[in-house]
Ligand binder design. Structure first.
Ligand SMILES: [Zn+2]
Length: 360
């Protein structure tokens, strides 16, 4: 573990690595990649930063401290810098969204500022910090005991980082998103970033309770009030449904994990969300991307009475086609069963799919 630097000493009031989020992120990736290849000493990192981005000694040191040590992307072992697991994920995925996910581990709630600025585009520092604290203190219960001084310090570090990365700016004492900050939040809702385990667990508990009750096919009775909870519920639905099938596609049987522990497994809604289908786990089935698409398009359905796959009759006309055969070969096959039969797909939902979505 690297020693945590004293962040109160880091004052970042001017950022020489200016540019869009994309540009800043590219600079970061270049630096991570250089660190990964060269395993430099800390001194060599900031000398490299100075030379590459024409920074003064102090700016290079600040950027080094905030971006590379306190962000949890780089660690120092035997006086050599190397990437942490998170640093490797950021470098491999090249995703600023992933960077925010990682950065949230060191600076919890940082993405909350983007949420506030999206709904209140021009806001002064007191209002911004107050609104941010109200938003994030329930998500991160440790924050609830913060003094005014801690809150001010902690929020300043987060704001500094968001400014360094050009997500937000300050003009005439008012904070707002930069143009690239806006582009980012439109593409990646900040509510989706760093959803905490306890938030997902809370939704999982609710969904498990739904599954004990009579099946309600439509969402209307269980509407939720915030985008954050909706995302947490999506995760909970996915976690329950995919684990019930042990991450196998229920139709074709594929199970494909990656080294970072994610699976090619999607939780399909039998009655889709756009038709107000509920998040009761019995309205779900674990499918791979291809089978999910075929199910949503009505190319395949599942017979409620015996849980077997039915492929659409139009495919018969071209059954010699090699791609078509890849799906028609599952016609009549029984789908994989769930671990706990309480979570078997609902007959009501499957009937609805057969009538409303299946091409026949
Ligand atoms: Zn499949």
């Amino acid at each position: 573990m690297s020693k945590s630097p004293d962040l109160t000493k880091v004052k970042m009031t001017f950022y020489p690595m200016v540019g869009s989020v994309e540009k800043q992120f590219q600079n970061l990736l270049d630096t991570l990649s250089w660190v990964d290849e060269n395993k430099p000493t800390p001194k060599q990192v900031y000398e490299w930063l100075r030379a590459k981005y024409q920074l003064s000694h102090y700016f290079a040191r600040d950027i080094y401290t905030v971006l590379f040590i306190s962000s949890g992307l780089v660690t120092v072992k035997n006086e050599k810098c190397c990437l942490t697991t998170d640093g490797k994920v950021v470098l491999e995925t090249s995703s600023p969204f992933m960077l925010l996910e990682v950065f949230e581990k060191s600076f919890a709630g940082v993405a909350g500022f983007l949420e506030i600025l999206r709904s209140k585009p021009q806001i002064n520092s007191t209002e911004l910090i107050g609104a941010w604290y109200d938003l994030v203190k329930d998500r991160f219960p440790k924050m609830q005991g913060w003094s005014r001084k801690t809150l001010n310090n902690q929020s300043r570090h987060r704001i500094d980082w968001l400014r360094t990365m050009e997500f937000m700016k300050i003009e005439n004492g008012l904070f707002s998103l930069t143009e690239s900050g806006w582009l980012f939040v439109l593409e990646h809702p900040p509510e989706l970033i760093a959803i905490q385990k306890h938030e997902i667990k809370e939704q999982e508990k609710l969904l498990q309770e739904f599954a004990l009750d009579e099946f309600k096919p439509f969402e209307t009775t269980n509407k939720i009030d915030s985008l954050r909870k909706t995302f947490a519920r999506d995760r909970a639905f996915r976690a329950i449904v995919t684990s019930q099938y042990e991450y196998y596609c229920a139709v074709c049987g594929i199970k494909l994990p990656t080294p970072r522990g994610v699976y090619l497994a999607e939780a399909a809604h039998i009655i889709p969300k756009h038709s107000e289908g509920s998040d009761d786990p019995r309205n779900g089935i674990c499918l791979c991307g291809n089978c999910h698409w075929a199910f949503d398009e009505g190319v395949i359905t599942i017979k409620p009475e015996n849980l077997t796959v039915v492929t659409a009759s139009y495919l018969q006309k071209t059954r010699t086609d090699i791609s078509i055969q890849k799906i028609t070969k599952y016609n009549g096959k029984e789908i994989r069963s769930v671990i706990n039969s309480n979570y078997s797909p609902s007959k009501i939902a499957l009937e609805w799919h057969g009538e409303q979505v299946f091409l026949g």
